[in-house]
Write a protein that binds this ligand. Structure first.
Ligand code: 0PR
Length: 368
């Protein structure tokens, strides 16, 4: 067998996106694929060689900064939300020279903050949430002590797509003189394009940094995560000397790093513009509403009214339903608190896909 056929045979075993309602990634936009191909051998870890690509990254950060209300935003395109979150916390930790420190995150925060805590040797305190699964401000405040260096708020939680009260968290961070990181890995390229966007970004003075991933709703190719800081000063806390490179210092976590995510994310945002992105988000929200109504009609109740294109339905049999879907070639996910099935309505989840999904769901329910 020729190696390409061999690769195909592996690739064919992957579940196609049109059967996946659990993923925050999607089929990249065609312009992203074209852009990706043009940058396959670029190493942004050596920006003195790849000067044009490095300039493009700066332009993309500027573009993202404009969407997120900060013309002075500084940052870079990284491997994903995990690296972005780790780097934000690393910058705050290095800024605070004291040895033993902690951060306060919502208990609904992504597990990448546990990784950050472990790698950086800092305590990660977890605050509970209210009945709408937004972080409880009183609990956040009670967990803050004189070793707390930062708060985290999530704009688009992984499980429910909920937005924490960033406005209040920002005020609290300012009051306490500490940094606030907003994890908008998913919501960062959804909320700005909604009809009544919640002010989750740098418009709040207390927000020091923000994670926004083009490889999620930005329809860029994988990997394309993003970390944006309020200004350049935060990057200084991340700098390491690099004596033999074309650059004297490096603030990224990885050394060799691709520019494919930069090019593909830039291409999508530039080609679609604000209006094009609004259209994509509008379509996802319309389809989320269809999923909501169809699944309600099957007798399920949503955990929260969907804020973005993620919807979860309470069920004691959530895991069983998920496994049955899997047997039939579909992938959905579940959450534990409350027990529920979770559906992410990405651009690949079209009306046609929803129709097939609902008819599969009906068969599963009749077999349960
Ligand atoms: N922050 C939030 C709010 C996230 O939801 C995620 C990932 C991250 C950070 C970390 O991002 P990276 O995975 O890019 O490092 N959320 C999804 C999750 O863990 C990622 C995902 C995507 C999982 C596609 C599965 C999948 O098929 O559920």
């Amino acid at each position: 067998m020729d190696v390409i056929d061999e690769l195909k045979s592996f690739r064919e075993r992957d579940v196609p996106y049109t059967r996946v309602l659990s993923s925050m990634c999607t089929i990249p936009h065609p312009i992203a694929v074209e852009a990706h191909k043009m940058f396959i051998n670029v190493n942004l870890g050596d920006p003195g060689i790849f000067r044009g690509s490095f300039e493009l990254e700066k332009k993309l950060i500027e573009m993202l900064g404009r969407i997120l209300h900060n013309q002075k935003a500084s940052g870079y395109i990284c491997s994903g939300g995990t690296e972005a979150n780790i780097q934000a916390i690393r910058s705050f930790r290095n800024k605070n020279k004291s040895k033993k420190v902690n951060i306060v995150v919502p208990k609904t925060a992504h597990f990448s903050f546990d990784k950050a805590g472990e790698i950086l040797c800092i305590e990660v305190k977890k605050a509970g949430v209210d009945e709408n699964y937004r972080v409880d401000l009183g609990e956040v405040e009670s967990l803050v002590d004189d070793r707390t260096i930062a708060l985290v708020g999530v704009a688009g939680t992984t499980e429910l797509g909920q937005i924490d009260p960033i406005v209040e968290l920002s005020k609290l961070a300012e009051e306490k003189g500490i940094d606030l990181h907003v994890d908008a890995a998913f919501g960062g390229l959804v909320i700005p394009f909604l009809d009544n966007p919640y002010p989750f970004d740098f418009v709040n003075r207390g927000v020091s940094s923000l994670t926004v991933d083009p490889h999620k709703m930005g329809m860029a190719t994988i990997p394309a995560g993003g970390i944006l800081f309020r200004d350049e000063s935060y990057l200084k806390f991340l700098e390491i000397e690099t004596p033999y490179l074309t650059s004297k210092t490096q603030f990224t976590l990885t050394g060799t790093r691709p520019a494919t995510g930069v090019a593909s994310a830039y291409a999508v945002l530039k080609q679609l513009g604000f209006d094009g992105m609004r259209k994509i988000v509008k379509e996802c929200m319309k389809n989320t509403k269809i999923v909501l109504e169809e699944v309600q009609a099957l007798g399920f109740e949503q955990v929260i009214e969907p804020v973005m294109n993620i919807v979860a339905f309470k069920s004691d049999k959530a895991e069983k339903i998920r496994d049955k879907f899997y047997e039939k070639g579909w992938v959905i996910s579940t959450i534990r608190e409350p027990k529920a099935i979770r559906l992410v309505v990405m651009p690949h989840v079209t009306e046609e896909v929803i129709k097939e999904f609902i008819s599969t769901f009906k068969k599963i329910l009749s077999d349960l």
